[in-house]
Design a protein around this ligand. Sequence first.
Ligand code: 8OZ
Length: 359
Amino acid sequence: MTEKSLFTPYTLGKAKLTNRIVMAPLTRNRADADFVPTDLAVEYYAQRASAGLIITEATQISQQGQGYQDTPGIYTPAQIAGWRKVTDAVHAKGGHIFLQLWHVGRVSHVDLQLNGAAPVAPSAIRAETRTFLNNGFVEVSEPRALELSEIPGIIEDFRKAAANAIAAGFDGVEVHGANGYLLDQFAKDGANTRTDAYGGSIENRARVMIEVSAAVAKEIGANRTGIRISPVSPANGVAGTNAQAQFNYIVSELDKLGLVYLHVVEGATGGPRDAAPFDFAELRSRFVNTYIANNGYTADLAEQKLADGSADLFAFGRPFIANPDLVERFKKGAPLANINPETIYGGGAAGYTDYPPLS
Ligand code: 8OZ
């Protein structure tokens, strides 16, 4: 039997990854005034290209889908051109990169919406959470419920954004179905009290996430379409009952689409892994393709979970902020640098591109 380790190559769809370490999506709020990634973003991602796979920061598919200051988009020609520089730089260093497609739903603020409109959501229920605006945190705005007739337009925005991502040179996309944003809001009954085909039953609440995934996979190929979910995370004030049955169903349906990977935030996003009882192995058993595990992993825990077959790839978030050469540090057992919490969201090079590799 050949021994697997985090440092062995892995084939993900068409991409030959050099190792099993994934850079998780990380919001950094440094896009320009047109929500285009800047040359600093090119440098930041290129510095981290030794990850087997980079998943970009969450990137809005439309202005309506934006919920925070200075996050990048993928819906204008200038945004596509900006991202093209990022993908070229990562590929030049032998890396691979997927774009995370994002619609925040109710986690937004009127100041970020066209003509000061209310953010949209499955139901008109305000999220108990804050967003980042004018360089500080503020309460999110009261949303309005999407009309049934508007849902095809949202699916279409995801489809177009996926096509744009491929035009920008990405190896694939990750549908953001996690962390209390639009698709997770539909899935969880604390945010969705609709009485039409998109609310009520487990099947109805799963419908948008599955229709979006199907539209994206049809556009760019299932072998370039991944998804991220967070079944029990209370992130952004979202809550749902019967998470196991809900997400067992969702994952079985996603498997039928042949998506290239399932990326799971195990536990509370950025918090405890055992936030709520949940059988993640059950999700994995329902999904044939690649399982990416995330949340609070150390290199040791990842090696252990790789050896026992619990996951194929492991996504590390915060450690990649201060350790551009995280793969090399893990390989050497070298100490990890700590993040400066003041420079995570917004700003320039400080706390973004100035964390040095091991000398
Ligand atoms: C932290 C700050 C803002 C957004 C997520 C996109 O949780 C995010 C996010 C994280 O998925």
